[in-house]
Design a binder for this molecule. Structure first.
Ligand SMILES: Cc1ncc(COP(=O)(O)O)c(C=O)c1O
Length: 374
């Protein structure tokens, strides 16, 4: 590759990594004329394990037995039943969705009825998208940029308001919020939306879940995703737990078949077996505990780079100077980081990194070190 080709290539890679979400491996692989699987995608926070065999068996059975001949079951009754049993709640308080993202759109609809939304920021960008869909007003409240390594941490916002969007653990900082401090917030807002997309994969995370509080608070909606834990972003599967009255309204308004038959069947099979689920999550927690420590130690040695503590599988790094040249350099090596200029209150001195498997983490750290020597 000559120098000018190399420059084009890194600029385009930069543009792709500059989108509002991570995980743009298709576009990037196309530019590089390679396969998505050849890229180390540290811009999207997924687990480095193949999806469980249960899913493969489930999809094969569904294709063999029903194929594509029928519309999916519109009431989602069996899936709701399994999810409610899994969490020990009533099926009327569950609504499955086409990924947590679809339910974020509906949470925005709900928020639009109550007034102004508070978004603790930097935050996951989809809350804004959702609120904009419904012409609903929002305010970004700035989160402190420094925190310690003890998790869970008390939620740092104490104001009162109409609606608040909480992410636990928080994206992009990786902070795990303490349940009791969140309960205080529930008492102060007309509506609380808590996105627990990463909670199940976070070591010691489940203890902080607000799902048990949905029995006591009608103003609380908890969003969950199966994307992260089972590494199935392509299947699209998530659910929300909250007031049956609110969820009934969403169901009336939404697409009649938001989930395809295969996602429904996979969800049922994945959540039916608690023993398998426990074993699966144990493996993820142990991967995070080990690799996070190793990566921290390596990156903390890089001069002028601050590594921020995280409770989960992604974390922020902060440099004294712009990280854009480093991100560009890494792109030429087939490694994608999540650049942070699209996050409110962060800039080009920040990047978010998602943990990979041991081999790729070693490579990632080595190339980050090299990027500072350029
Ligand atoms: C905080 C947060 N919530 C929700 C989602 C979307 O999850 P899903 O794939 O279930 O739509 C993401 C995806 O990155 C996320 O970071």
């Amino acid at each position: 590759m000559n120098k000018s080709e190399s420059n084009d290539y890194s600029t385009e890679a930069m543009q792709i990594s500059n989108l509002k979400h991570g995980g743009n491996v298709y576009a990037y692989a196309k530019k590089l004329n390679t396969l998505p699987s050849e890229i180390i995608d540290a811009s999207a926070s997924l687990v480095p394990f193949d999806p469980p065999q249960i899913i493969i068996d489930s999809l094969n059975t569904e294709i063999k037995n029903l194929g594509f001949r029928y519309y999916p079951e519109t009431n989602l009754s069996d899936l709701k039943e399994i999810i409610s049993k899994f969490h020990g709640i009533n099926p009327d308080n569950v609504l499955p969705g086409n990924g947590a993202s679809e339910l974020i759109t509906w949470a925005g609809y709900e928020a639009s009825k109550y007034g102004i939304s508070y978004i603790p920021s930097p935050s996951f960008i989809d809350y804004e998208r959702s609120l904009n869909c419904w012409n609903s007003n929002f305010i970004h409240c700035e989160l402190p940029k420094n925190w310690n390594d003890i998790f869970p941490q008390p939620f740092p916002i104490h104001s009162k308001g109409d609606v608040i969007w909480i992410t636990n653990p928080h994206n992009p900082t990786g902070q795990l919020w303490e349940k009791n401090s969140l309960e205080e917030i529930i008492k102060k807002y007309k509506l609380v939306i808590c996105d627990e997309a990463f909670l199940s994969i976070t070591p010691n995370g489940e203890k902080e879940s607000l799902i048990p509080l949905t029995r006591n608070y009608d103003n609380l909606l908890v969003l969950r995703s199966l994307t992260k834990i089972f590494n199935i972003p392509g299947l699209r599967l998530g659910y929300v737990i909250g007031s049956s009255e609110k969820l009934k309204q969403w169901k009336i308004k939404r697409d009649p078949w938001p989930l395809n038959s295969f996602a429904i069947k996979a969800g049922i099979d994945l959540l039916s077996n608690k023993e398998f689920y426990k074993k699966w999550t144990r493996q993820i927690h142990s991967w995070i505990n080990n690799e996070r420590q190793r990566v921290y130690e390596k990156l903390s040695k890089v001069e002028n780079l601050k590594v921020h503590y995280s409770s989960t599988n992604f974390f922020l790094i902060e440099s004294k100077t712009s990280l854009s040249p480093n991100i560009k350099y890494l792109a030429t090596k087939g490694i994608l980081l999540r650049e942070c200029t699209s996050f409110r209150f962060l800039d080009e001195k920040w990047a978010r990194i998602s943990l990979q498997n041991k081999k790729n983490n070693t490579l990632l750290c080595k190339e980050i070190q090299n990027s500072f020597k350029k």
